[in-house]
Design a binder for this molecule. Sequence first.
Ligand code: PMP
Length: 299
Amino acid sequence: MSEQWIYLDGQYVKKEDAKVSVYDHGFLYGDGVFEGIRMYDGNVFRLEEHVDRLYDSAKSIMLNIEVSKEEMSNIIIETLKMNKLENAYIRVVISRGVGNLGLDPFTCSHPQIIVIAEQLALFPKALYDTGIEIVTVASRRNRADVLSPKVKSLNYLNNILVKIEANLAGVSEALMLNDQGYVAEGSADNIFIVKKGKILTPPGYVGALEGITRNAIIEIAQKSGYEMKEEVFTRHDVYTADEVFLTGTAAEVIAVVKVDGRVIGDGKPGECTNKLLQQFRDTVTQDGRKVYKQNAQVG
Ligand code: PMP
């Protein structure tokens, strides 16, 4: 495999040399924000939306990203080019930077920008054919008025605790409720249910990250003539839905066929889920920023 280049604090460095200080507040306190972005056949899917969400997260925690959004997009694109990638997963990390051992973020010299781009590890095809099983976990979503789930922060302990519970239950994804017991999302995916042709997903204020894939699916569903609503719902609505699916940058659209032991629909990925996945995949390459000029060779 050829060399992997990582953007780190103003320069491109080899993977082996991409190291951050133990005094970085991203490491010491989870003080920072991040994005996970995907590139399909040379097109970065909804780059502007990801960059907007990154800057919103940063603003919310009073972290001043010292480059413009356009410069940030260019850094991401340049990292993809340096690594000669066509289909990739991109991780953008902005940490508060190097400070002292105290909590005070104002001791940090400047935010660190890190961009990692790797060949995409696809979800196994079999999961799309069979669908997945999930269980409700005891850990609740962070309350939006305490630490908003809209901030994609480097503090992912809430999600990690959920993932641990799912793993202990022998499944790969979880159903996470908010503090009032309403359905919020998965550990790293948004949730949708389909009942009698109507599609529902929890509104942002219930306590979910506003997923870029979620937004794309809402648009696709509306364009395809489905009745699509953001609505609060409970586990009962999930158990009795005709179809349930999760959305996320890595998962795209993945059917859930069992929830807490209840079989959803006929226990197979449903028609609506399959249709939305297909339509999503049909649009991902057009719905993005082209990284390479037409006919330019990669590699
Ligand atoms: N919820 C959480 C908690 C996430 O971390 C993510 C991102 N993996 C999502 C939902 C899905 O968001 P997106 O579609 O932007 O990847």
